[in-house]
Design a binder for this molecule. Structure first.
Ligand SMILES: [Zn+2]
Ligand SMILES: [Zn+2]
Length: 381
């Protein structure tokens, strides 16, 4: 990226504040500039065969073919081998009474390791690895879902909202990759936030009647804010323009005019943005997430090339789950208040403990209390 100051083309991003954010540019035009100036083989998914690669290398670096062959022989991995391919030595065997300090060290380490319990990989790490394996260089089963060459990949960090008290002093986030040709609404659908999953109401008398409808089904309005434009989600009849209050308030103050657009009709190519600049995603009325575009680039052959997998989750902050206060084992599903049976107020329970403690065999409440559905932020881990 170029340093700030004069820029000849307004669609080439340059720094506004060095190492922090760029000036505004149009994503689609920026991509076009790349496509106009790069030879197609640079962003092609096709890999040249070895011979063609060599020829290209000789030409670019002005190295004659013989020199290249010599370099290849000298730098070959084979020249590093100290044993034949079919007789690999067992590297875990340390000779008895080793004289070398490094071998003695190794022996000590080996003995120590053997004394430990089996190495344990966290399920989260296993899951992350698995996710990565699923997407790296992945090609679509159906050619219709192939991402075309020259497509743009944008990386967004979605920060958790400040209304979650636990996140007041840390800023955990999730990272998502989207394609330039995708609609803003697709990013919206990929953002997972517990605010969307709340169930409103008190259910102590009818614990089985907790409705399957969560906040997301009731309150569908949301918007993204980028560079003076509120992109509203208007896909459903019950959606409202929840940016209206803000815009009207701004009109009475000394703000530049804000405009509105629809997120389901806007692609990322249509956007004018700054890289590194904090924008906003707002849903459920007041659940406000800072959204930062951290990277923009052409798609590479090693990227996931299955359009259906985008927006692609590449990072997710893990939250410590709150366990049931009875069994300390399962993630909480219920929260009670004014509960004489509970050790504290409010108190969290898993479904099973909640029912065993509060109801008799016929399913009647055995003490007065209020119960609400609880969604743990760690349920997404
Ligand atoms: Zn939220
Ligand atoms: Zn429990």
């Amino acid at each position: 990226m170029a340093e700030g100051g004069g820029r000849s083309n307004p669609n080439v991003p340059v720094y506004e504040y060095v190492d922090i954010n760029t000036q505004v540019f149009h994503v689609g035009s920026f991509r076009q500039l790349w496509l106009d100036s790069l030879p197609p083989d640079v962003y092609s998914f096709e890999e040249l065969d070895e011979e063609a690669q060599d020829a290209k290398f000789s030409e670019e670096f002005g190295v004659p073919a013989e020199t290249l062959a010599e370099l290849r022989a000298i730098c070959s991995v084979d020249s590093l081998k100290s044993y034949p391919d079919d007789e690999p030595p067992d590297t875990s065997v340390v000779p008895p009474d080793p004289q070398l300090a490094c071998l003695r060290l190794r022996k000590r380490k080996q003995d120590y390791k053997n004394s430990l319990a089996k190495d344990y990989t966290g399920r989260h790490d296993a899951y992350t690895n698995e996710m990565e394996l699923q997407s790296v260089g992945r090609k679509p089963a159906d050619a219709d879902n192939a991402v075309p060459e020259g497509e743009i990949v944008l990386t967004f960090n979605i920060v958790y909202p400040v209304i979650f008290y636990r996140f007041k002093y840390v800023r955990p986030h999730q990272t998502l990759q989207v394609l330039g040709s995708q609609k803003l609404a697709e990013l919206r659908d990929a953002i997972c936030c517990v605010s969307d999953l709340q169930v409103f109401g008190e259910f102590s008398s009818v614990p089985d009647a907790v409705p399957q409808f969560v906040s997301k089904d009731h309150y569908k309005s949301a918007f993204f804010y980028f560079e003076g434009v509120f992109y509203n989600d208007m896909r459903y009849p019950e959606c409202r323009d929840i940016s209206q209050t803000t815009r009207e308030w701004a009109k009475t103050r000394d703000f530049p005019a804000f405009t509105v657009a629809k997120m389901e009709e806007t692609t990322f190519y249509d956007l004018k943005v700054k890289i590194g600049y904090p924008y906003l995603y707002c849903h459920q009325g007041d659940c406000e997430h800072v959204v930062i575009l951290t990277d923009i680039r052409l798609i590479h052959r090693d990227d996931c090339r299955d359009r259906k997998l985008y927006p692609l989750l590449t990072y997710k902050h893990r939250v410590v789950t709150r366990k049931c206060s009875v069994c300390h084992l399962y993630i909480s599903r219920w929260i009670t208040t004014n509960d004489s049976l509970a050790p504290m107020d409010p108190c969290l329970f898993c479904d099973q403990c909640f029912r065993l403690l509060h109801y008799d065999k016929e399913g009647n409440k055995i003490a007065p209390f209020k119960a609400y559905s609880y969604v743990d932020p760690g349920a997404f881990n």
